[in-house]
Write a protein that binds this ligand. Structure first.
Ligand SMILES: NC(=O)c1ccc[n+]([C@@H]2O[C@H](COP(=O)([O-])OP(=O)(O)OC[C@H]3O[C@@H](n4cnc5c(N)ncnc54)[C@H](OP(=O)(O)O)[C@@H]3O)[C@@H](O)[C@H]2O)c1
Length: 336
């Protein structure tokens, strides 16, 4: 089969199209013939050497949709031929509050989805509801699961709340906006791109401001006519102080990433005086994944997909992600 392998740390050109043996379903496993794979920032961090326990060369890619082609011993043969989306992680562990030490994300060390086929434990396969296309399904796994847990389990979102989602061009961020709206929230957004702010308004954002412009926090509060009581952020950096400043008293700020690394300083007085909760979140459990898929199917949510590249143009696709050129998700067509 054809697959894209990250050979070593370096520029995007290290993502090479290679020929590998077809995977075979072992005991308890199933082979999925992939239709689409989705890119995530994780794929970039790994190639740049900014990730834990890197093992290269490796076929990366954590998001995948396709059709179950074969199953191994001990797996119900009725799974063959089913439309499938793959849970992007395994071994969460017994405590729904936090993942255990054996928790793994698909795509290093296990072979990822930037390939024509993949073998995974059958327990990672979720049958795709008819309402969700293969394209949309491949946009959901990592970003959708992260957004869903951030808003629900960690964020405790209540209908009617004002939610601020930062960096709306991001894969997690666009889904967080769509999910929060479906759950009855009013959603405000930030972006470094005025064009993406316009798109977010078209998708239903009630307020939108450019985080590169000083005073954007006041702008959001003025447009929405109230401060956000829940903030979902994946950027971190010194901007965390602006988020604390923008938030309503007793707000929850849920952090799922640190694209801008750690803050150089932190306004401690504002955190305790405003009684703000700062909460971390990572991916989610298998039950949360199923809950996210149900939400998407019930509300007919359509993920925002910037562009679909053929597998053979993965380098170009990865460049677009690295330049933050996208609004939403970038996909690879594993059949092209
Ligand atoms: N904990 C987890 O389980 C988990 C899961 C998924 C992702 N993550 C992490 O979360 C982050 C985002 O992931 P992703 O896949 O959604 O990334 P992505 O699609 O590459 O999006 C990154 C976005 O970050 C935004 N951004 C950049 N600088 C910003 C700033 N100063 N303030 C606000 N937003 C800023 C940009 O939005 P604009 O273009 O709108 O400016 C950009 O589009 C990454 O660091 C990733 O590693 C963590």
């Amino acid at each position: 089969m054809r697959a894209v392998r990250c050979e070593r740390q370096g520029p995007p050109e290290e993502m090479k199209l290679v020929e590998l043996p077809d995977p075979v379903a072992g005991p308890g496993e199933a082979v999925v013939r992939l239709h689409f794979s989705g890119l995530n920032h994780r794929d970039v961090w790994i190639r740049q050497g900014l990730y834990a326990r890197i093992q290269l060369p490796a076929v990366l890619g954590s998001d995948g949709s396709g059709i179950v082609e074969s199953v191994g011993p001990g797996v119900d043969a009725g799974l063959v031929g089913k439309r499938a989306v793959i849970i992007p992680c395994e071994k969460w562990g017994p405590d729904p509050a936090v993942q255990g030490k054996d928790f793994l994300i698909l795509g290093m060390p296990r072979q990822g989805t930037m390939a024509e086929k993949i073998a995974v434990p059958a327990s990672m396969i979720v049958e795709l509801p008819q309402q969700i296309s293969f394209e949309d399904a491949a946009a959901l796994p990592v970003a959708g699961l992260t957004a869903y847990r951030a808003l629900t389990t960690r964020g405790g979102l209540r209908p009617g709340e004002h939610v601020l989602v930062t960096g709306i061009g991001g894969g997690v961020a666009t889904l967080a906006m769509l999910f929060a709206k479906a759950m009855g929230a009013q959603v405000s957004v930030t972006s470094g791109s005025d064009e993406k702010l316009v798109k977010a308004r078209e998708l239903g954002a009630v307020a939108a401001a450019n985080y590169k412009k000083p005073g954007w926090e006041k702008e959001i509060v003025a447009q929405a006519k109230k401060p956000p009581s829940l903030i979902i952020d994946g950027a971190g950096g010194d901007g965390l102080n602006n988020l604390i400043g923008a938030s309503a008293p007793a707000a929850r700020i849920v952090l799922y990433g640190a694209t801008r690394m750690s803050p150089g300083k932190l306004d401690m007085a504002k955190i305790f005086f405003k009684q703000v909760d700062i909460r971390g979140t990572t991916m989610g459990t298998d039950d949360e994944f199923r809950g996210m898929i149900r939400l998407v199917a019930e509300h007919r949510i359509r993920p925002v997909i910037e562009k679909i590249f053929p597998l053979s143009q993965t380098v170009e696709a990865v460049r677009l992600l690295e330049e933050s050129g996208q609004m939403g998700k970038i996909l690879l067509d594993c059949r092209a």
